[in-house]
Design a protein around this ligand. Structure first.
Ligand SMILES: [Zn+2]
Ligand SMILES: [Zn+2]
Length: 136
């Protein structure tokens, strides 16, 4: 016969294991995709490995991983935040206007500072290209 104590212990261990599996599935989804993903896209990929994964759990994990530096948010104007690995160095993004997916661009134009008005000093830049991806 199973006592209620045994039950509780089993349950809390299972919950901890489950939380670890959820987090690693979410991280793996972002590593495998190698492009910024919406929370819904993370859910679609991670749910293959963690059945019954919900969007609230995905959001909670994404938020925690942004706070600890594992992930970084990519926010395009008027769009829900996307998430990418925080370890990526300086890079840019391409958004497909057909499928709305966002891809990484690993090169960077070096002469952007020349665009600034005379006497202004450029300290940073943000650049997004728009067009059609190779699948569209
Ligand atoms: Zn596309
Ligand atoms: Zn750049």
């Amino acid at each position: 016969m199973i006592t209620s104590n045994d039950n509780d212990n089993t349950l809390s261990l299972t919950n901890m294991e489950r939380a670890t599996r959820q987090r690693s599935a979410i991280k793996e989804a972002l590593q495998t995709a190698a492009r910024p993903l919406l929370a819904q896209e993370v859910l679609d990929l991670a749910a293959r490995h963690v059945p019954n994964l919900g969007i609230a759990t995905v959001y909670r994990n994404l938020k925690a991983m942004v706070e600890d530096g594992t992930l970084r948010q990519v926010v395009l104007p008027g769009e829900n935040p996307r998430f990418e690995m925080g370890s990526h160095g300086h890079h840019h993004h391409f958004q497909c206007t057909q499928c709305q997916r966002v891809f990484d661009i690993h090169s960077c134009p070096s002469d952007l500072a020349m665009l600034a008005p005379k006497g202004f000093r450029v300290e940073d830049h943000d650049l997004t290209l728009y067009g059609r991806c190779k699948d569209c």
